[in-house]
Write a protein that binds this ligand. Structure first.
Ligand code: DGJ
Length: 667
């Protein structure tokens, strides 16, 4: 069977030059496929054609089928009217009489208009250095963003933005952006083909992948979200933030604002005990903290990171009466209680591992590589899934816990699953993540008031998949307030400040021994969801007074910070000496701006700050939240004035910061 092809040459067949929504490998395809399968008879050719479609409200489904075999793919689309963000996924259905193996499956391909002037933005990082923003011209060929780590990773984050190079700035120009909703190994291919078409294809990583689909079974792909803004990269991130808050995180816009929390990790590390935590809780309550979180060290034989993971009983020496006395104390101080867990891990030095050495990812007879002295439980196993769910459920049943900080401190190695048939072992890449999501979903259903933070030794598991089940995320273990400006800036290209936990920690910081004023540290953290992680036992009365004032101020602006529209007025990227952000409330009646100076030089004043996003004709009263405005700043002026005339702030010296608010007033 052969057919004539209307492609542009014998080398460039139409299957390669057509802008395909979802294309399988077969029929001479050379661009990145969305689907690649192998049949038991050796055939690996799959050519999908349109069968039917169906529109239901904001959802569209398109059914495709192979030209001869009973393999169907349902393409699924759902549009969010408020932001234009489109969710795409695909379901592969094996209606043949035998099994087949899926070697690659994407949610779909986003096709951009033809062009040679596109620029890709993406995020890279590593532990304590997450969220670096990078830009590169899109050239002929392919750029691959990926994780082969079993989880999201921070070396690349599953987010992209593409604009037209040279015709863009923060708030104008075309931007196409997208993010994967998947917390396992993933890949995104950004490809410019031979006729300058741009295709972005994304889903689970095809490296070491293989999913056997038995006759009659189907596999649902990951979700891939994407949108478009003509308001520059700033407009793109504002749309994405709005979408995340309204459509991704649990409870959407009905969710509570993030409480101010205290976490003891940097203060006590593993040395947690009832008396020490109660002392910290009293001090935290005195400055207005609303949630007290006990971090690592409360369970099993957990004296250091060498032992205890997997043994989720309360350590009887540290907490002789269980957690209840501490939780009661925290409640009596007017705070709710949170607890750290790392459910997917086990230390070889634990009762759990001694009992179930077969529960970890491993290849029979091969070494088991440790990371932070721990191994990965294989959550794809039904018994492991059950164990993890049961211990968490029991912990939550027995204790009044409002919040779990869910940590995950290493990536996969030796991802074997010897308990199942060899041809099913690679299913671990999918089943593990599905079980992770199902545990989170079931826990939330059984404990509806529970809130969860996704943490992975910092920001190594932040993506739109995990965010469907978690209320906030931890962006980085790097809590240096100056480094955080860059980290937080990168983070907000993809994710909303409202879910970004940001702690005020000690000075000098453990990270790089930098000393920063307490006000500076607060202002840096107040751009996200405020937390305190300092050792309060070392604070002086003045520190408590400052902290109390800053926490009060944060509570006044948090609705705006957590739910408003973020404008990057001066970027901290590329070694900038300054950083300024502004957030405007949804109703445009309130705004708050944060300004940071690295180091002043040669008597230059701090650049004038031109606000954005205000109503031009409305009147706004300006007030310093911390620091000083220039003496000639009017008290009240129009939105146009603040946006076109701007504001001068008095910032001189090294590591200085200030913040001010604008409140709409009647004319
Ligand atoms: C890594 C986290 O990112 C830290 O905040 C802390 O919870 C430690 N793990 C505890 O082991």
């Amino acid at each position: 069977m052969s057919h004539a092809d209307p492609g542009i040459s014998s080398f460039d067949s139409s299957i390669n030059t057509t802008r395909q929504e979802f294309v399988a490998w077969g029929g001479g395809l050379y661009v990145e496929p969305d689907l690649k399968v192998a049949f038991p008879d050796g055939n690996r050719d799959l050519v999908l054609q349109y069968v039917s479609h169906n529109v239901d409200g904001n959802r569209l489904r398109i059914l495709l089928k192979d030209i001869s075999r009973e393999v169907y793919v349902e393409l699924q689309y759902q549009v969010d009217a408020a932001t234009g963000v489109l969710r795409r996924s695909a379901q592969v259905q094996n209606r043949t009489a035998s099994s087949l193996t899926i070697e690659q499956v994407a949610a779909g391909t986003w096709n951009l208009p033809r062009g040679t002037d596109y620029r890709l933005r993406y995020l890279t990082g590593r532990w304590a250095g997450e969220w670096s923003l990078h830009e590169q011209l899109i050239q002929p060929g392919k750029a691959i963003l990926e994780s082969r780590r079993g989880s999201t990773g921070d070396q690349n984050n599953p987010w992209f933005a593409i604009d037209r190079n040279g015709s863009n700035d923060q708030d104008s120009g075309d931007v196409w952006f997208g993010a994967l909703g998947w917390s396992g190994s993933w890949q995104m291919s950004i490809e410019q083909d031979e006729i300058h078409q741009i295709r972005v294809t994304g889903g689970p990583n095809s490296f070491d992948f293989g999913y056997r689909l038995a006759a009659g079974e189907h596999l649902q792909s990951t979700d891939f979200y994407a949108g478009y803004s003509h308001d520059g990269i700033g407009g793109a991130s504002r749309l994405l933030h709005r979408f995340e808050i309204s459509s991704i995180v649990p409870h959407g816009t009905d969710a509570k604002l993030r409480p101010v929390l205290y976490n003891s990790w940097e203060a006590t590390e593993f040395k947690v005990d009832e008396a020490g935590q109660e002392t910290l809780a009293e001090k935290a309550a005195s400055i207005g903290v609303e949630r007290f979180v006990v971090d690592d060290g409360w369970f099993g034989q957990r004296a250091s990171d060498r032992a205890g993971l997997g043994d989720w009983y309360v350590n009887p020496v540290k907490f002789p009466h269980g957690l209840k006395p501490l939780i009661d104390k925290v409640h009596s101080l007017g705070m709710d209680f949170g607890l750290w867990v790392e459910p997917e891990m086990v230390n070889p030095d634990s009762d759990l591992y001694r009992k179930h050495p077969d529960w970890v990812l491993n290849f029979t007879g091969r070494p088991r590589s440790e990371g932070r002295n721990q191994l990965m439980l294989n959550l794809a196993r039904p018994d492991v899934r059950e164990y993890v769910f049961q211990f968490l459920d029991k912990l939550l049943d027995e204790n009044d816990i409002a919040f779990l900080k869910w940590d995950y401190n290493r990536n996969w190695s030796e991802p074997g699953w010897p308990a199942v048939a060899p041809e099913d072992q690679k299913k671990v890449y999918i089943n593990y993540i599905q079980n992770l999501y199902s545990i989170l979903e079931e826990l939330r259903a059984k404990h509806p008031k529970l809130e969860i933070e996704s943490c992975s030794g910092g920001g190594s598991r932040v993506d739109l998949g995990i965010m469907r089940y978690t209320d906030e995320v931890w962006p980085s273990d790097n809590t240096d307030a100056f480094d955080r400006l860059l980290i937080q800036d990168g983070f907000t290209y993809a994710y909303a400040p409202g879910v970004m936990m940001a702690w005020v920690t000690d000075s000098p910081t453990w990270v790089n021994q930098r000393s920063l004023s307490l006000e500076y540290r607060f202002l840096s953290s107040m751009q996200g969801s405020l937390g305190i992680g300092a050792n309060l036992n070392n604070w002086k009365p003045d520190d408590f007074a400052t902290a109390k004032k800053m926490v009060e101020q944060y509570k006044r602006i948090r609705q705006t910070v957590q739910r408003g529209s973020l404008y990057r007025l001066i970027s901290p990227q590329k070694g900038s000496e300054q950083s300024v952000t502004e957030t405007v409330s949804e109703d445009q009646n309130h705004a708050v701006a944060f300004a940071f100076l690295h180091s002043s030089q040669m008597l230059y004043p701090f650049p004038r700050i031109y606000l954005r996003g205000l109503r031009p004709d409305a009147m706004y009263r300006i007030a310093a939240l911390d620091g000083k405005l220039s003496a000639d700043t009017p008290a009240v002026a129009s939105g146009s004035f603040w946006m076109q005339n701007g504001v001068d702030v008095e910032l001189r010296g090294d590591f200085q910061a200030c913040a001010f608010t604008l409140e709409r007033v009647e004319r």
